[in-house]
Write a protein that binds this ligand. Structure first.
Ligand SMILES: O=C(CO)[C@@H](O)[C@H](O)[C@H](O)[C@H](O)COP(=O)(O)O
Ligand SMILES: O=C[C@H](O)COP(=O)(O)O
Length: 965
């Protein structure tokens, strides 16, 4: 720094150093600057020795310049990160604390020599807490403890919420520097808060000699604001005398304001009350002139030092001003000169119609904002540095957006930054969304850290599972409870010595049988997973498999082969206790199913399968930190993804097409339910498209938003080529590269934040699922009818033919007949598919066993539709999708064309103790689903395949091909 070179050694020649001379006028000079090298290279000490510098102040802008806008701290950040990853806020704070400690140590000899009267270093609480009394108190206490230096002052702003914090902190013996102080009136309140705090401290036995305080009264900013208004008045005035009167006030207001504040000081720290405190050893709270660098080049560079010299005051100056004063500063006791003039300046300002009260009020708000801006810039820079150091330990995300989406994302990120929306999200502030009950559904934000604290329990549980030598573990659950564990089961290889993990989320008798055939029932552990405990499918499956296990190993032991994961107090909780389950894990009622993967709903299946739960959570925590409260939207990967998805969706690119590489192929099914169920409601939302193989750019409409996710070692040049073609064609493409599957926890969390943010952008509550509930209610009506009558209510097909029946409601039937639907299956399909316009999507909803063959059939059909109609396609299996994309299909935008596929079940499966069989439940679910779709006025057609399913599906495939001709 240039000014340092001008700090001359003490010689005979410069004995009359004006800076040092200030002491003789009772004023202490502090430095409004700090940087690491400046301390470590001894420059601060030089100023202390040569200029008699007696203190240092810091603020968010100073740290932003030091840490954010330089590489001076990069090696220190690397060293901190070597001890382990930490949050961006933590990294900044650690660096700041170290600097403050070093500076305090340099000033400590002065502090000791002056018996604690001076030699202070100030560290400011986060500007984000400026309107939060309790938060300020807590942070000040924490910083006071962490810095652990007697000559520290904690800076607290003089906002309405800062004032009570000041009093409280002083009463705890914490030295406070009150910043952002502009008004005389507020200054009096600040001084009173100090005095009241001191009285409390003494009353509680504290020694006031250990407590110090300064009131940082801002100067130059007042002139900048007042001069601006004066200039406007001058421009408007016609009378030259009036212009001259106004011009004479320029550059005078700030000094007049400060001088009069000093007069208040003299009164406040005189009189009996003060004398009593003083007798106890209390120190006055000195006025400190801050913001004393001259802003207007027409004014003398040392104006705000020369005009404010007086006893028992401090002036904290930026380096250039210090240099200037050392070079050409002139000393006189100016502070109490011409006080009447000062009063007249303020009176004339008021006469001119300029309100100093309004100026000072605005300056506080603006001051907080400026510090927030600086903190955002600083934390954004630290976030980027952290990410760079993490290297491949953090999954890479790049957004390649079309210009329109890119512009919207940039603008929205600016809005979010200005509104502190990321912090609000983390503070569980429901105003980020629709102000309903979103605050009750944000437990997933903190679950990775909370669960890591329970890692030992998961390890112990895993050890016990291993000891049992199970061959298989089967999760019985739906939606959030099944799709997360399924990603784990399909992504991670089987761990030696642990059971193979399966997931069963179907009521299809053939699928249940096929699972049963794949396991050794006598050596299997079942995990019944239901947050509510009341979900039909896991309950039926639990009853079925309990009976099967009882048959295999005896009724008395059957319960021991079952584990429950459920919210406390649910019916499953009670049932598990009654049946003697081996263990019940409780979920957090503040985490919805689709956000529950990093809670027991995902972690128990993981531990059961021998997956490293600690590693999974530690991985997730890397992304938690990257998406943290203090990471501004521009540098926050989850927020960026959410803003991009939400905004692109709002602009019509609402088909979020997920391209997951082979190693993590199943991730899309989890992400699909998260995105669809979170956003698809109230006629708005995103329609995720999973499992649609990447095709030529010409196959896609301008309603697509692509997310490509893969692991680093899965090179695929052909795929990359196609992606580039999409980009070149103007489609938004997000690329996520995971270093390895072990880092999948990061992706769960990134997508959770993204879904929540997209929900905010879309203006919906991302944590409810009203239309899933509607389908459940309708299904329940049908199953209760079955319980009463022994059969499901009759339904009338639109046509019944050899091999198939067609069902739909009257409105759809009329519309389709108008389009040529007759007795042929293909005519109905043709009429139906012809309703899919650009921007629509076609969803095949098959209530058949989900197996390789059927997946293949559905894929063939969907691709035929996509390639011919150039619309997005979804291929889903019921009832599983009901707990996932089913929400968006019914509640989201009315752009779906639905083809429901049902079939005769060749063999049903009974559920012990129930009248209903699995086949009946599945039929009721399909009808409940279809009824809600048609009641919502959606374009829906149901084809019921009769007889042999294989040939039925191939007939359907064939009919679709013909319909598309
Ligand atoms: O409040 C204190 C000291 O207590 C200062 O660090 C204060 O923040 C600075 O003087 C001002 O922020 C600098 O303001 P300005 O020169 O940018 O207007
Ligand atoms: O995604 C959630 C499913 O609807 C299942 O709910 P549950 O966990 O309460 O059984």
């Amino acid at each position: 720094m240039e000014f340092l070179q001008t700090a001359r050694p003490r010689t005979e020649k410069n004995v009359m150093n004006p800076v040092r001379e200030l002491q003789n006028h009772g004023q202490a000079i502090w430095l409004d600057f700090l940087a690491r090298g400046f301390i470590t290279k001894g420059d601060l000490k030089t100023l202390v020795d040569n200029d008699g510098l007696r203190g240092v102040t810091s603020n968010p802008s100073i740290f932003e310049k030091a840490i954010g806008s330089s590489d001076e701290y990069d090696s220190a950040i690397v060293s901190l990160m070597k001890k382990g990853d930490r949050s961006v806020a933590d990294l900044y704070e650690q660096l700041a604390i170290e600097d403050i400690q070093h500076a305090a140590d340099v000033l400590r000899p002065a502090y000791d020599r002056l018996d604690g009267a001076d030699g202070f270093v100030s560290l400011e609480v986060s500007p984000y807490l400026a309107n939060d009394t309790e938060g300020t108190i807590a942070e000040a206490r924490r910083l006071w403890k962490s810095v652990n230096r007697k000559n520290l002052m904690i800076k607290v702003p003089a906002t309405p919420n800062g004032l009570p914090a000041i009093q409280q902190l002083i009463s705890e013996g914490i030295s406070v520097n009150i910043t952002l102080l502009f008004s005389q009136k507020v200054y009096v309140e600040v001084a009173e808060a100090y005095l009241a705090g001191l009285q409390n401290y003494i009353r509680n036995g504290g020694d006031p000699a250990h407590v110090a305080s300064v009131a940082s009264f801002f100067v130059s900013r007042i002139d900048s604001a007042a001069d601006k208004q004066l200039d406007e008045k001058i421009a408007q005035a016609n009378d030259p005398a009036e212009k001259a009167r106004l011009a004479a006030l320029k550059g005078k207001v700030a000094i007049a304001n400060a001088k009069l504040a000093y007069q208040e000081y003299k009164q406040l720290f005189a009189g009996e009350d003060w004398q009593k405190l003083e007798a106890e050893g209390a120190r006055p709270q000195r006025l400190l002139w801050a913001s004393t660098g001259t802003k207007n080049k027409d004014y003398r560079d040392v104006l705000y030092i020369e005009e404010l010299i007086g006893p028992d005051t401090v002036n904290t100056v930026p380096p250039a001003t210090l240099d200037g004063f050392r070079d050409h500063g002139e000393l006189r006791d100016s502070l109490e000169e011409n006080l009447d003039d000062a009063r007249q300046v303020l009176a004339a300002l008021a006469d001119a119609g300029i309100s100093l009260d309004a100026i000072t009020r605005d300056l506080v708000t603006e001051g907080v904002k400026l510090f927030e801006d600086a903190a955002d810039k600083l934390l954004g820079a630290v976030a980027r540095k952290r990410e760079k150091i993490l290297g491949s330990a953090i999954d890479r995300q790049t957004l390649s957006l079309d210009p329109s989406t890119a512009k919207s994302v940039e603008a929205k990120a600016d809005d979010w930054r200005a509104a502190g929306a990321v912090r609000k999200l983390w503070q569980k502030d429901k105003s980020v969304w629709t102000n309903t009950d979103e605050d009750k559904w944000l437990g997933w934000l903190t679950s990775p850290a909370a669960e890591l604290d329970r890692a030992a329990d998961y390890e112990d549980y895993a050890w016990r599972v291993k000891k049992q030598k199970f061959t298989d573990a089967v999760v019985l659950g739906m939606g959030g409870s099944s799709l997360g564990p399924e990603v784990l089961a399909k992504t991670f290889p089987k761990a030696a010595g642990f059971p193979k993990l399966h997931v069963l989320d179907s009521t299809d008798p053939a699928e249940i049988r096929s699972l049963e055939a794949a396991i050794d029932i006598a050596r299997t552990v079942f995990i019944v997973s239901s947050k509510s405990g009341g979900t039909t499918e896991p309950n039926a499956l639990k009853d079925y498999f309990h009976a099967r296990v009882a048959k295999a190993i005896g009724a008395d032991k059957a319960g021991h082969r079952f584990i429950a994961i459920t919210d406390p107090g649910s019916s499953l909780d009670a049932e598990a206790a009654r049946l003697g389950y081996a263990r019940t894990f409780h979920g957090d009622p503040e985490i919805g199913g689709r956000y529950s993967i990093l809670s027991p709903f995902g972690l128990v299946p993981a531990a059961t399968a021998g997956i490293d739960v600690t590693g999974l959570l530690e991985g997730a925590l890397v992304m938690v930190r990257s998406c943290g409260a203090q990471v501004p939207p521009h540098d926050n990967p989850g927020v960026q993804l959410g803003l991009a998805m939400g905004l692109a969706g709002r602009e019509g690119r609402d088909k979020v097409t997920i391209l997951a590489s082979p190693k993590i192929a199943d991730f899309g099914a989890w992400a699909e339910q998260l995105i669809a169920e979170s956003t698809g409601k109230e006629g708005k939302g995103l329609i995720p498209v999973d499992g649609e193989p990447l095709g030529d750019a010409s196959l896609y409409g301008d309603d697509r938003f692509f997310i490509d996710i893969r692991t680093a070692d899965e090179e695929d040049a052909a795929h990359d080529e196609k992606l580039r073609a999409l980009e070149n064609a103007g489609h938004p493409v997000v690329r996520i590269v995971m270093n390895s599957i072990e880092q999948i926890g990061q992706e769960f969390f990134r997508f959770e934040i993204a879904a929540a943010v997209a929900g905010a952008v879309l203006g919906i509550n991302p944590f409810d699922q009203p239309d899933v509930e509607a389908a459940k209610i309708r299904t329940r009506e049908l199953t209760s009818a079955f319980e009463k009558t022994g059969r499901l209510p009759d339904e009338e097909p639109a046509i019944s033919a050899n091999g198939f029946d067609i069902y739909t409601d009257a409105e759809n039937a009329r519309a389709l007949r108008e389009k040529g639907a007759d007795g042929e299956l293909s005519s109905w399909l043709k009429a139906h598919l012809s309703r899919a316009e650009p921007g629509d999507y076609v969803a095949l909803l098959a209530y058949v066993a989900r197996n390789e063959d059927h997946i293949g059939e559905l894929q063939r059909m969907r691709l035929a539709v996509r390639d011919r109609k150039k619309v997005a396609t979804c291929a889903e299996f019921g009832p599983r999708f009901l707990h996932s994309t089913g929400q968006a299909y019914k509640g989201g935008p009315d752009s779906g064309v639905f083809l429901q596929i049902t079939a005769d079940d060749p063999r049903d499966l009974k559920i012990p103790g129930r009248k209903m069989s699995f086949s009946i439940i599945k039929a009721a679910q399909a009808r409940g689903d279809f009824d809600v779709l048609t009641r919502r006025g959606r374009r829906a057609l149901r084809v019921h395949l009769k007889g042999n399913l294989k040939s039925g599906l191939s007939r359907l495939d064939d009919a679709i091909s013909r319909a598309l001709m």
